[in-house]
Write a protein that binds this ligand. Structure first.
Ligand SMILES: NC(=O)c1ccc[n+]([C@@H]2O[C@H](COP(=O)([O-])OP(=O)(O)OC[C@H]3O[C@@H](n4cnc5c(N)ncnc54)[C@H](O)[C@@H]3O)[C@@H](O)[C@H]2O)c1
Length: 347
């Protein structure tokens, strides 16, 4: 089997690298995985999605409704080494996105987070080492492992200091990829994602990003709840821009063994984000409320990332201003909300 070594061609985007290639996306029925799958199908890749569809997580078959006849869907769990042994064989690119993503759940059920975000990553990489050592892997990591920033914007050299169990286990997951790259030559690139939003994100409850539940609440005519004083700064990436970064990371062999921050040009406070949503929606309200205790203890304060390395080495920059991305996201959920939540009772 040949490795897919293709230089990024700005005229043809990612097409040259991925057309006709076998691609496996773990967590492929989730938010980012399904948006990636849509793009990969568009550019002619052969795509298999593996997802456990655990109800508390972001997997949703509706996410791939438009391409359901053109992708292979394998409902299995990355914790199952037998499934992974089978699935990694013959794959050119593995986008490793399956994860337990709730920070609060990682504190109430730390062992499940450990199993999925750390232990499974090791078995996925072991499957690659034994059965497909030429595969290229891209791992979706998180800025959460920096903890409370010591300076802003946070670059990749910022010390790591996770404030929750999820951050620790994602950090381990990330390091397994780097070690397997460095020791065994399993080509791996790590992207540390920041708050990602867009169509197909999980909006059912507040388990994942707050922006998801805000979008649901504003569409339902409920007030948005802003925790703390609302002055916390965040950076947001629209999902299409994250998909673009994942593709660039996959196709560049210069990126093997590297860790890249994602980031945005327009960091914004939570209060301003709430005001923006209300304005774009044409109606709505928000309330500044005290931090729930379980969130306060793992909050990181202000954060925004320095993505200059991703820009200089892979030519990536965020193309979608927050306002445009939020408009598209709200339009999606206005049309498809019945596939994402079933009643007006907020849980
Ligand atoms: N969305 C963000 O803002 C963000 C930020 C930082 C990092 N990330 C990382 O990006 C990745 C994708 O996140 P997302 O936002 O698309 O979340 P998501 O919950 O929508 O997608 C994750 C998918 O993984 C699947 N999954 C979970 N455990 C599994 C298992 N054991 N076996 C098989 N499938 C399993 C879920 O069913 C879900 O479909 C995650 O690894 C997450 O840690 C996301």
């Amino acid at each position: 089997m040949q490795t897919a070594r293709v230089v990024y061609d700005p005229d043809h985007g990612a097409e040259l690298a991925f057309a006709g290639k076998n691609i496996l996306v773990t967590g492929g029925l989730g938010f980012i995985g399904s948006n990636l799958a849509l793009r990969l199908i568009e550019i002619g890749a052969k795509v298999t999605l593996v997802d456990s569809l655990i109800p508390e997580y972001g997997g949703n078959l509706w996410n791939v409704e438009n391409i359901k006849d053109r992708v292979q869907i394998n409902i299995s769990d990355v914790r199952d080494p037998h499934a992974m042994k089978y699935l990694v064989q013959g794959i050119d690119f593995l986008f490793n996105l399956a994860g337990q993503t709730s920070h609060t759940d990682s504190m109430t059920d730390p062992y499940t987070d450990l199993e999925i975000n750390a232990r499974s990553q090791l078995s996925i990489l072991e499957a690659c080492r034994k059965y497909n050592p030429l595969v290229k892997v891209v791992f979706a990591s998180t800025r959460q492992m920096y903890g409370a920033p010591q300076y802003l914007p946070v670059d990749e050299r910022h010390p790591l200091g996770p404030v929750d169990v999820n951050g620790i286990n994602k950090m381990a997951g990330e390091w397994y990829h780097l070690v397997y790259n460095n020791v065994y030559g399993i080509r791996s690139t790590v992207l540390r994602l920041t708050n990602t939003y867009g169509p197909r994100m999980r909006v059912k409850d507040a388990r994942q990003t707050f922006l998801g539940i805000w979008i649901r609440r504003i569409i339902e005519g409920q007030p948005l709840l802003v925790f703390g004083d609302g002055k916390q700064i965040r950076d947001f990436n629209y999902v299409d821009d994250v998909v673009d970064a994942l593709l660039r990371a996959a196709e560049s062999d210069d990126a093997n063994g590297a860790v890249f921050n994602m980031g945005a040009d327009d960091p914004i406070t939570l209060k301003d984000t709430a005001e923006l949503l209300v304005r774009l929606n044409g109606s709505g309200t928000y309330e500044i409320v005290p931090f729930p205790e379980d969130r306060k203890v793992i909050d990181i304060g202000d954060y925004y990332g320095d993505y200059r390395m991703l820009r200089s080495r892979l030519g990536w920059r965020p193309a979608t201003p927050l306002e445009d991305g939020l408009k598209k996201t709200m339009a999606y959920y206005r049309e498809h909300h019945r596939h994402y939540w079933h009643d007006s009772h907020l849980n």
